[in-house]
Write a protein that binds this ligand. Structure first.
Ligand code: ADP
Ligand code: MG
Length: 261
């Protein structure tokens, strides 16, 4: 049964008018976006446009100065500067981080842990889940991403594509409500890229809620329900991939697309 929190009409995450500065540099200048449940939203844009910052603000890895972040209908941060803007409390931060699992460009696996230990680490130590149950799930997710035979090896013994698939299994093992990918294939050689894209595609077909920052326009066109083009900290254009890629309106997006393909 759907509770209020898991109502399918409520986006997993909603960002309204978010502003983020590093010192004098305003990186996000009022960005609004939603991640509807069961949808894939891709975030594209030139290097430095604020894509990673937006993802990191969404799951509270970064603070922001203004705007609202609403998780499952629950306001975590809301509009207004200074005293009006109450920071998220620790429980909310943990809830957001565990429910919006990140997959990074550089995998970020623990070098001193086996793949199985890497995947089990957060559910056991951060979330306090039962170790035997987590191990069963971890093995299942490693199987799902095609590296079920790699449980006992260390990250350095695997290819980049395998490491990234392990990082995806690790994110899945948190059983999050959404997955956030930050350029998941950028660090990979083209032939290894494909094995990771295949896994991401399969997750999209399962109807998982995802936000994917990517430079891979073909993947974005292929799997997204919605594409957002960020330019210098503002959304320049957004829409269905067939419109955005097939019939871009803004000059900046046209330029960006002609430079990337
Ligand atoms: P993208 O992911 O789109 O390439 P980023 O979000 O990484 O862009 O960066 C946006 C801008 O913010 C860039 O100008 C970058 O130099 C700056 N920036 C990112 N992180 C930091 C930081 N920790 N301190 C200062 N400036 C930062
Ligand atoms: Mg980035």
């Amino acid at each position: 049964m759907l509770t209020k929190d898991s109502n399918s009409a409520t986006p997993v995450i909603e960002i309204r008018d978010l502003h983020k500065s590093y010192g004098d540099l305003e990186v996000l200048k009022g960005v609004s976006m939603i991640a509807p449940r069961g949808h894939v939203t891709s975030l594209i844009g030139s290097s430095g446009s604020g894509k990673s910052t937006l993802l990191r603000c969404a799951n509270l890895l970064e603070d922001s100065q203004q705007g609202e972040i609403i998780f499952n209908g629950e306001p975590i941060l809301w509009k207004g500067a200074g005293l009006d803007r109450r920071p998220a409390d620790r429980k909310q931060v943990t809830r957001i981080r565990t429910n919006l699992s990140m997959v990074f460009q550089q995998f970020n696996l623990w070098a001193h842990m086996t793949i199985l230990q890497n995947v089990m680490e957060a559910p056991v130590t951060v979330m306090g889940r039962d170790k035997a149950e987590v191990e069963e799930k971890a093995r299942m997710y490693l199987d799902k991403v095609g590296i079920g035979d790699k449980c006992d090896v260390y990250p350095a013994q695997m290819s980049g594509g395998q490491q990234q698939r392990a990082a995806i299994a690790r994110a899945l093992c948190m059983e999050p409500q959404a997955l956030l990918f930050d350029e998941p294939t950028s660090a990979l050689d083209p032939e290894l890229e494909q094995e990771v894209i295949k896994v991401i595609k399969a997750l999209a077909e399962e109807g998982r809620t995802m936000i994917i920052v990517t430079h891979d326009m073909r993947m974005a066109a292929d799997i997204s329900d919605h594409v957002v083009f960020l330019h210098k900290g503002l959304i320049e254009e957004e829409g269905h991939p067939s419109d955005l890629f097939g019939n871009p309106k803004s000059e900046r997006l046209k330029q960006f697309l002609s430079a990337t393909v």
